[in-house]
Design a protein around this ligand. Structure first.
Ligand SMILES: [Zn+2]
Length: 191
């Protein structure tokens, strides 16, 4: 059988593994093309990113203005889109959403107050369900000496921030609360 040595990989291969007139085997050539394509892609990616960065910095006002117009004309669409995004986030990464709303509430206290007041006055029946649920939840964390409840107790007693409270402190406070309850001679089945 007729063979040829590939100039790229140096292996001796059957002639049918070479395209006519090529010194490198089909496998090497296709590998080489794959790498070239990849580099071409990377090169372009950088170029495109640079171009769009340049465009953005040169047309800041124009972009701001067109974004504002878009927002104004697509209020409903944006609202729906945001809702879909939030629901997805809630499902897949609830911790991110929680962190985000925590930050938002902290930096926009007045806004949050106003919008929650407005919501509450519009939804009295839901509010009563919520306060009922909140009551049940409060009772649950208190009876079971859950971390959240123990943390609240520490904060109340020592004027500490949540970030200053360590797991060890929670553990000690839990024991102390438990002792107080035992002394008061109340039974808590779930402990
Ligand atoms: Zn080869």
């Amino acid at each position: 059988m007729e063979t040829k040595i590939c100039t790229r990989c140096g292996e001796e291969k059957k002639v049918i593994e070479f395209r006519k007139g090529e010194l490198s085997c089909k496998k090497c050539i296709s590998e080489h093309r794959r790498i070239q394509r990849h580099y071409y892609y990377l090169d372009n990616k950088i170029k495109i990113a640079e171009k769009s960065k340049e465009y953005r910095s040169e047309n800041k006002d124009k972009i701001q203005e067109s974004k504002a117009i878009y927002r104004k004309n697509n209020k409903l669409k944006i609202k729906e889109h945001d809702k879909i995004y939030r629901d997805k986030l809630k499902l897949e990464h609830p911790e991110i959403l929680k962190e985000y709303s925590r930050k938002y509430v902290k930096s926009n206290p007045l806004k949050v107050r106003i919008s929650s007041d407005r919501w509450e006055s519009k939804n009295p029946e839901k509010m009563s369900i919520y306060s009922e649920k909140a009551k049940i939840y409060k009772k649950y964390i208190s009876q079971n000496l859950k971390n959240q409840y123990v943390t609240q107790m520490i904060k109340r007693g020592y004027e500490l921030k949540t970030s200053e409270i360590t797991p060890k402190m929670i553990e000690l406070k839990r024991i102390s609360l438990l002792n107080q309850r035992i002394i008061k001679n109340k039974t808590y089945e779930t402990i």
